[in-house]
Design a protein around this ligand. Structure first.
Ligand code: GLN
Length: 284
C-alpha cells in the first residue's frame, strides 16, 4: 500500500466516525519523523511495515476517544515540543498567551532587576515554567505540582529542552512556604472547571481530573492561593493566572476580597474571551 492510499483510506475511516480526519496526516508524519511538507514528496512510496502497524494502532486509539497529543506523546507549546502523557494536562494555545503576557509584564515592571524569582504552581507538563525559563534568562524558576507523575514529565521536559527549573512536589504553594522561599512573580494555571460542568468527553475521559476541576464554582484553588500567597511574595510582586472564560464576576469578587485596593486586570485571549488575571501587588 502506498502512503497516499493509506492516508486517504484512513481519512475516510476517521471521517465516518465523525472525528477530525486531519489526524491521519498528523499521525503519519509524526511516526515517519517528517515535516508536514515532506509528506507530499513521499505519497507514492510504499508504507513501511513497522510504521503501518504503529499507525493503525494509533488511529485505533484515536477513534476510541484518546486525544492525538497523548498518542503522539507530544504537544507543541510556545514553539517547542513537550512530552505529554495521561498524567499531565495537554498544554493549550490559550496558555501560550499567558506566557507571552508575562514576558511583556517583565519588561514593564522588572526591567532593572538582575535576577527575578518566579514560581509556577501546579506546573503539570512544565510548559509554562520551562517556556518562561527559556525565554527570559533573568528568571530563576521554581515549579510545584502535587502529582509525582506529572513532575516526572515536567523534569523530563526541562532536561530535554535544556531549561534550568527547580521542581518541588507538594500541594499548591506549600513547598515554597515550607522553604521560606519568596518570589517576584507568581504564576498559576490551576484547575478551574466547576466540578459539575459538562465538558467534552475527550477531555473528561482522558485528562487528569486533578488538573481540571476546581470545586463547585471553579475558584477553589484561586481562593486557596489568594489566602496564602502573600507569605511567599516579595515586597513588589506580579501575580499571573489563567482563568475560565466565564469566571469574571466571581474572580473580581475573590480578588477584591483577598487583595482590597490592589490594582488588577482581567485580559482577554485572542478569541475575545476573559482568560488571564494579573494582580499588581505594590507594582508601579
Ligand atoms: N483550559 C482547560 C480546558 O478547557 C482547563 C485548564 C484548567 O482547568 N486549568 O479544558
Amino acid at each position: 500500500m502506498t502512503v497516499r492510499e493509506l492516508i486517504y483510506q484512513t481519512e475516510d475511516l476517521i471521517g465516518e466516525k465523525g472525528k477530525d480526519c486531519h489526524v491521519a496526516k498528523v499521525l503519519f508524519y509524526h511516526l515517519a519523523n517528517k515535516e508536514p511538507h515532506q509528506l507530499y514528496l513521499m505519497m507514492d512510496e510504499e508504507v513501511d511495515e513497522e510504521l503501518l502497524k504503529d499507525f493503525q494502532m494509533g488511529i485505533q486509539r484515536y477513534v476510541d476517544g484518546e486525544p492525538i497529543q497523548y498518542i503522539k506523546g507530544k504537544e507543541t507549546f510556545f514553539s517547542r515540543d513537550f512530552i505529554v502523557n495521561e498524567n499531565v494536562l495537554i498544554p493549550r494555545y490559550e496558555t501560550e498567551e499567558l506566557v507571552e503576557n508575562i514576558l511583556y509584564k517583565i519588561d514593564d515592571y522588572f526591567e532593572d532587576y538582575k535576577s527575578i524569582d518566579l514560581c509556577d504552581v501546579g506546573t503539570g507538563s512544565g510548559a509554562i515554567a520551562i517556556s518562561l525559563a527559556l525565554e527570559e534568562k533573568k528568571l530563576n524558576v521554581t515549579a510545584t505540582d502535587i502529582s509525582e507523575e506529572a513532575l516526572e514529565v515536567a523534569k523530563l521536559n526541562a532536561k530535554e529542552l535544556g531549561a534550568d527549573v527547580t521542581f518541588y512536589q507538594g500541594d499548591m504553594l506549600q513547598p515554597l512556604i515550607d522553604r521560606h522561599q519568596k518570589v517576584d512573580i507568581f504564576v498559576s494555571n490551576p484547575p478551574y472547571i466547576p466540578n459539575n460542568q459538562d465538558i467534552e468527553s475527550v477531555v473528561k475521559d482522558n485528562e487528569p481530573h486533578v488538573a481540571l476541576f476546581g470545586g463547585n464554582d471553579g475558584l477553589y484553588f484561586y481562593r486557596k492561593i489568594f489566602s496564602q500567597v502573600k507569605e511567599i511574595l516579595n515586597e513588589r510582586a506580579l501575580l499571573a493566572f489563567e482563568m475560565g472564560f466565564d469566571q469574571r464576576a466571581l474572580m473580581e469578587e475573590a480578588v477584591e476580597t483577598y487583595f482590597p485596593h490592589v490594582p488588577y486586570e482581567i485580559i482577554k485571549d485572542m478569541n475575545g474571551k476573559d482568560r488571564m488575571l494579573f494582580i499588581y501587588y505594590h507594582l508601579k
